[in-house]
Design a protein around this ligand. Structure first.
Ligand code: C2O
Ligand code: CU
Ligand code: CU
Length: 420
């Protein structure tokens, strides 16, 4: 134990949540509370000790999505924590500043447990992120924005069984941080939104009203090299992005809205425009352009196909007893991920790989756009898309890769790689 160590206890528990303001309470699940979870603040270089406690009456796991972490601590389906039991993990934070998240990953019940409310955010901070002049005042100019869609039945309950659809478990309401009709009070010129698509299936195409642009500063696992102005932000399940909204051209009293496909995700009420920064930094990271070594490379190819319960990777369904890929720690990996175009079964598949942060070499033969050049752990593959990604496993163990449409994952669109 050193002063650099940090300790957290994360308890998966049952609860009741008042989503409807005095209406009938909804039975939910949450971490350390009734719905969703706390933000875990971690610093690069620090050793983190997490006590994972399962107070549910079913098994669960604690998965640290986006973390560079050993297979043992990663919390995949092979690391269940039984009801009433506790598991302790430790890991050293060896990755740059980013917004990660955590959620359960038990075989067969991931979709249900996430739908009922199990998800939380992890903020990783580092020296450089501290020095960048970005909004970082939690809840004042730096907001977590966990977007999820949920349907409430007549009794205000979340009925996963009823809402379940093998390809589209879609909720009628968009919620942010577990709130219906969410809004934030904006009191500064620049606002930072840390977006997570924590939905089971729904893809979002976020944009702002008033023809405002967003300034994207970070993807899943790192800052971009420079801020990039964007009109639209696509986020599929599991993905994160950080954007800055600059409100200086808008009138006090007006409402800025974050929308997706005609639905309102978040209202920003402009109360004041106190300048919190003089300007945004023009450089966010001095990461070099991606250069992939050609020697000692391990190539893999993964083909995603099918829909509903026919989903497969390389023609196979997940088998917990089968290792699909063997890899060596620190070996250069180049994986090609393809979403096969089929006659009748074209679906978007968000592909996610555990335990690493990768970079995109190419998308359909072309270089990724500037807003896709940071470190990522999840990519959105439209039908026909072919991505090449580059990374190394820095830790050992068994890791999952899968479609982050949670029902596809449950239906077997998952494989495993053993790193030795
Ligand atoms: Cu976010 Cu395997 O998961
Ligand atoms: Cu993950
Ligand atoms: Cu899928």
């Amino acid at each position: 134990q050193t002063k650099h160590d940090v300790y957290y206890t994360v308890i998966a528990q049952k609860g009741k949540t008042d989503f409807h303001d005095g209406g009938k309470l909804t039975k939910t699940l949450g971490y350390n509370g009734s719905y969703l979870g706390p933000v875990l603040n971690l610093k690069r270089g620090q050793t983190v000790h997490i006590k994972e406690v399962n107070h549910l009456d079913e098994k669960t796991t604690f998965h640290w999505h986006g973390a560079i972490i050993s297979g043992k601590a990663d919390g995949g389906p092979h690391e269940p924590v039984k009801p009433g039991k506790t598991k302790k993990i430790s890991f050293k934070v060896r990755q740059p500043a980013a917004t990660l998240w955590f959620h359960p990953h038990p075989s067969g019940t991931t979709g249900k447990q996430v739908y009922k409310g199990l998800a939380g955010l992890i903020y990783i901070h580092d020296r450089k992120s501290k020095c960048l002049s970005l909004p970082d005042n939690y809840g004042v100019d730096d907001f977590p924005v966990v977007v999820q869609d949920r349907t409430f039945d007549k009794n205000n309950q979340l009925n996963y069984k009823k809402d379940y659809n093998a390809d589209r478990t879609l909720g009628k309401n968009l919620m942010v941080n577990g709130t219906l009709n969410p809004y934030i009070n904006v009191t500064t010129r620049y606002v930072r939104l840390r977006l997570l698509n924590g939905s089971n299936t729904r893809n979002y195409n976020f944009y702002l009203n008033h023809h405002q642009k967003m300034i994207k500063i970070a993807g899943d696992g790192s800052f971009l090299a420079k801020p990039v102005k964007i009109k639209k932000l696509q986020l599929s399940p599991g993905e994160r992005a950080e954007v800055i909204v600059d409100t200086h051209k808008l009138n006090v009293g007006s409402n800025l809205q974050l929308k997706t496909g005609g639905m309102k995700a978040l209202t920003m009420k402009l109360n004041q425009q106190r300048d919190n920064l003089t300007s945004l930094p023009d450089k966010l990271s001095d990461r070099k352009a991606l250069k992939v070594p050609k020697k000692n490379v391990n190539h893999e190819k993964l083909v995603l196909s099918g829909m509903s319960n026919m989903v497969r990777i390389n023609g196979k369904k997940y088998n917990p007893d089968r290792i699909d890929i063997h890899a060596k720690r620190n070996q250069q990996q180049i994986w090609t991920i393809e979403n096969k175009k089929e006659m009748m079964m074209n679906m978007i598949h968000p592909f996610h790989l555990h335990g690493v942060q990768f970079r995109i070499i190419s998308i359909n033969g072309k270089k990724p756009s500037k807003s896709q050049r940071g470190f990522l752990d999840t990519i959105t593959l439209n039908p026909g898309d072919k991505y090449k990604i580059s990374f190394r496993f820095e830790e050992k163990g068994l890791y999952m890769y899968h479609c982050h449409n949670l029902e596809h994952e449950e239906n077997g669109m998952m494989g495993q790689v053993l790193v030795e």
